[in-house]
Design a protein around this ligand. Structure first.
Ligand code: ADP
Length: 488
């Protein structure tokens, strides 16, 4: 009976071993091969009879021969079911002396004839190739990528990730992902990580939240992160692709500031309109009374009184021209119509109107090239007048003032420029000078109210164009503006 059941169990064992998809080798405690299945023959290229009775090292590359018997004996002393060579890469040797990467599971089998070891061997060449391909894809990705296992340990990073985080690969691999996250988010992140694993799906991380990464130098950077679950031989992993959005954030900030500035400017313009409008009346009264004093009481006023009245009259006239300029500024662009205009002619007429100023400064103005465009004529005339009078006002005393007016026209717009060889502007003031009432010099040095350039910018804006300046202190200035090249 027992004999029969022995045969039965042997047959069953053999059948199982032969039908297993892995190569299975039984090794006795001398390290000799006691049995090898059909898959072993296929994988290693030996006939079974060539293997049985040989030491198992015949299946191992020679460079491991010295150490392997030691490992083998240690296992016989404390046999347990486990994977062999944890953390090391294992290789096997075929009969034709070629090597291939393997994974081995070890099982002790206690039999009446003593303990045998059942080694189950898997050829992982294909998996390694797939891993390599995956690695290549990840490495050639334009974003930083970090592959993380189920317990949050980093198992792969690409070159971009090294650049982004400032760590070497070996400093990241094996560490927990939280090393790349600012301390204040770490605890919550472990929970996020676990909940992602319970329902893994490709999605952006932290929707609605601002995300920050921590670099090795402890600097935080704003990031956007995409999460992709990946099935691997080691279970599910998460591939995180990380984009540094510092630049984008800066641009968004700049736009926000620009919008805030525009709102502030608009409020200021509304105020300017109301104030200048309401100032006109008392100003007119002052002027009229000053004039009346001068005309009707000339005989009764002594010299001093006449001087005072004269000063009041002059101040009132100056203030009147300022109030007029402010009103013009706030009314700019109301009820206007675009007219097809020869800009060269317009500029030449403007220069002719300014002949006194131009001649007394000895300025030379060269008009190179200007097209015909649809423009708000009066406004454009005012714009050129402002730019030319600034170029003359801010000239260098030691060299003759030279102004060049030029343009470049494409299908969609014309970029005009007014260049001078004057005192120039420090680039840190480029934004400021286009804001109302902003001036860089005291009024004793250069007259003015700081309305000219905001006026110009507003006129350009009315046309749907943009305006900017290029300059450096002492190096002359070029004011540029664009006007859309409309075909009507
Ligand atoms: P204003 O000329 O009345 O001072 P603007 O608004 O026209 O006012 O100009 C603002 C400031 O920009 C000027 O006070 C001056 O400091 C600077 N600026 C404008 N044009 C020039 C220029 N061509 N060269 C040097 N500085 C200039």
């Amino acid at each position: 009976m027992s004999n029969r059941s022995g045969i039965h169990s042997e047959l069953t064992f053999q059948m199982i071993v032969e039908s297993a998809p892995n190569a299975i080798v039984l090794v006795n405690n001398d390290g000799k091969i006691a049995y090898a299945n059909n898959q072993t023959e296929k994988l290693f290229g030996y006939g079974r009879s060539e293997l049985i009775g040989q030491t198992v090292e015949v299946l191992i590359p020679p460079r491991y021969h010295e150490r392997h018997p030691g490992f083998r004996q240690m296992f016989f002393h404390a046999p347990s079911v486990r994977a062999m060579g944890a953390g090391r890469e294992l290789f096997a040797l075929r009969k034709d002396r070629t090597e291939f990467p393997i994974e081995i599971g070890l099982n002790p089998l206690v039999t009446t004839g003593g303990t045998l070891i059942l080694a189950s061997i898997i050829d992982i060449t294909e998996r390694k190739k797939a891993d390599e391909r995956f690695r290549l894809v990840v490495n050639s990705a334009p974003n930083a990528m970090v592959l993380v296992n189920q317990i949050g340990k980093i198992s792969l990073v690409n070159n971009e990730a090294k650049k982004l985080f400032g760590y070497e690969e070996n400093e990241m691999i094996g560490n927990t992902l939280e090393m790349l996250i600012p301390a204040r988010y770490r605890t919550a992140h472990v929970d996020f990580r676990n909940s992602f694993l319970s329902r893994p799906q490709t999605r952006p991380m932290g929707i609605g939240r601002e995300l920050f990464a921590l670099r090795k130098d402890q600097k935080e950077i704003p990031v956007e992160i995409g999460l992709n679950p990946i099935e691997t031989a080691d279970g599910i992993m998460v591939l995180a692709s990380v984009i540094d959005i510092t630049e984008r954030k800066k641009q968004e900030e700049a736009i926000k500031r620009q919008v805030e500035l525009e709102i502030k400017n608009r409020e200021l313009e509304d105020f300017v309109y109301i104030a200048s409008h309401d100032l006109q009346e008392p100003l007119r009264t002052m002027s009229n009374f000053a004039q009346a004093l001068e005309e009707d009481y000339a005989a009764t006023l002594d010299d001093n009184a006449r001087k005072y009245v004269d000063a009041i009259g002059k101040a009132a006239t100056r203030m009147h021209s300022l109030v007029r300029a402010l009103l013009d500024f706030s009314l700019l662009g109301r009820n206007k119509k675009l007219v097809h205009t020869d800009c060269r002619k317009l500029v030449e007429e403007t220069i002719a109107d300014m002949a006194d100023t131009v001649n007394s400064a000895g300025a030379v103005i060269t008009v190179v090239d200007l097209p015909s465009l649809y423009v708000y004529e009066t406004e454009l005339r005012r714009l050129f007048q402002n730019l030319i009078s600034n170029a003359i006002k801010f000239r260098k005393k030691e060299v003759p003032c030279h102004i060049v007016i030029d343009s470049q026209t494409t299908d969609d717009k014309c970029r005009m420029s007014v260049s001078d060889n004057g005192i120039g502007i420090d680039p840190k003031h480029f934004d400021r000078i286009f804001q109302i009432f902003q001036r860089l010099h005291s009024r004793d040095l250069y007259e003015g109210y700081g309305i000219g350039l905001p006026n110009c910018k507003k006129i350009v804006g009315l046309h749907g164009g943009e305006m900017w300046v290029e300059s450096a202190a002492g190096a002359g200035s070029t004011f540029y503006f664009t006007i859309p090249n409309l075909q009507q």
